[in-house]
Design a protein around this ligand. Structure first.
Ligand SMILES: Nc1ncnc2c1ncn2[C@@H]1O[C@H](COP(=O)(O)OP(=O)(O)OP(=O)(O)O)[C@@H](O)[C@H]1O
Ligand SMILES: Nc1ncnc2c1ncn2[C@@H]1O[C@H](COP(=O)(O)OP(=O)(O)OP(=O)(O)O)[C@@H](O)[C@H]1O
Lengths: 217, 217
């Protein structure tokens, strides 16, 4: 059972610790405030009070037995950066840190964080993408002659750019998104390279969509 | 061009407003602090200073021309909830609101928010899911006899539960995730119903994966 440390039990850290425990990790949750530790201790393997900017306290908490640590101190950038430095000094293998600003993120990267997350920024982007896609769907609901399709990229399209493929000119269809891995990408630049396994989300009149499907098989 | 309002230009609101503008929306960005309005006004259609808890000020800002409003006031729950009430009173069609706690979210729902987002909570869950999947992949890297596959759900599996299908007993494989829409779901309960279009992410020994693929075609 893999051991994972979560430092900082604000909204982000607490949700992360609880979810990791649900997924089967052995979670060591640390915060300097007793109340935050008390309110999580029944949901994780071990919850400890410690000031994580202090090497001795952090070591005593048992963090060195974790190969991955999620550092979730957001508001107090100095505490976050100092804790990151201590963790790297201890040789923690994989450090994921949450940043509360671009500068904060750059400091964490410089100190050696392997992965930096920006929860508010990332969720804001996702929401904007979702609103954009649903406004496209709304338009389609009111236009029976138009439809939206998701199709695997045509044979030979991997490694080419949207500009090369020029579907808009050839078929009068609009590529509104690409599903790649678990994501739907909606800001498409004409120089973006398509990848094997991509799926195109295309919008157009029904006859043109058919023509595209048939001619690119 | 669809008009969308974003109220509150903290990390979440600002990122959202900028991204919506990139996606082609006509964005009206509002905040009570001049500095937040100034630092965004070159990136959105219109940026206005207003106290959004005040009906008259909010109306003067032009919010009623927006059919969708993103309410991104997080820390000041009273301002957020009051603004939500004013927006519903004005008849805003679609209100998406960011909440900073469970209680905040329930209040917003009660007031009539159509959609409530919890950026820190949601990103924390995503991070935990990602760490879980990558620990599965790490295990696989060190076990050449095991592999992980993503396959469309077998014929006839839609509408059934994992318990009904019982792949673990029949094929000794483990369903570690389901890709549905743009998401990879990793907490799987035996009573979850599979849906048409789902893809299973399965883990097992190579011979058993082959047996599964062949026998469920
Ligand atoms: N030196 C430290 N040692 C241990 N824990 C700390 C230290 N400094 C801050 N923390 C803890 O980090 C937690 C997260 O702090 P923060 O204030 O960033 O949360 P937040 O800004 O509300 O972020 P979130 O968006 O996750 O809610 C707090 O519970 C705080 O007690
Ligand atoms: N009554 C109000 N009218 C207009 N704007 C307001 C009002 N109250 C708060 N705001 C604005 O809402 C913005 C977002 O506030 P908040 O403090 O929640 O950001 P935050 O907690 O940093 O959230 P984020 O996680 O988005 O950064 C602030 O820029 C603030 O000026």
């Amino acid at each position: 059972k893999q051991r994972i440390g979560v430092i900082g039990l604000g909204k982000f850290g607490r949700s992360c610790a609880i979810r990791l425990a649900e997924l089967g990790f052995e979670v060591l949750a640390i915060d300097e405030m007793q109340c935050n530790v008390d309110s999580i201790k029944d949901m994780v393997a071990l919850a400890v009070v410690a000031d994580t900017t202090d090497f001795a306290e952090l070591e005593a908490a048992g963090i060195t037995s974790c190969d991955t640590v999620v550092l979730a101190i957001g508001a107090e950038i100095d505490h976050s950066v100092l804790t990151a430095a201590v963790l790297k000094e201890m040789g923690i293998h994989h450090l994921v840190a949450r940043a509360s600003s671009d500068l904060h993120g750059r400091l964490l990267k410089r100190i050696g964080a392997d992965d930096v997350v920006f929860p508010e920024h990332d969720m804001a982007i996702r929401l904007a993408n979702r609103l954009s896609l649903s406004s496209i769907y709304d338009f389609l609901e009111s236009s029976p002659d138009y439809d939206i399709l998701e199709v695997p990229i045509p044979r030979g399209a991997a490694g080419k750019t949207l500009r090369d493929l020029d579907y808009r000119a050839r078929f009068e269809i609009n590529v509104v998104g690409i599903r790649r891995g678990g994501e739907v990408l909606v800001t498409l630049h004409s120089d973006d390279l398509l990848e094997a396994g991509d799926r195109l989300i295309i919008l157009g009149s029904v006859p043109n969509l058919h023509r595209f499907a048939i001619q690119t098989r």
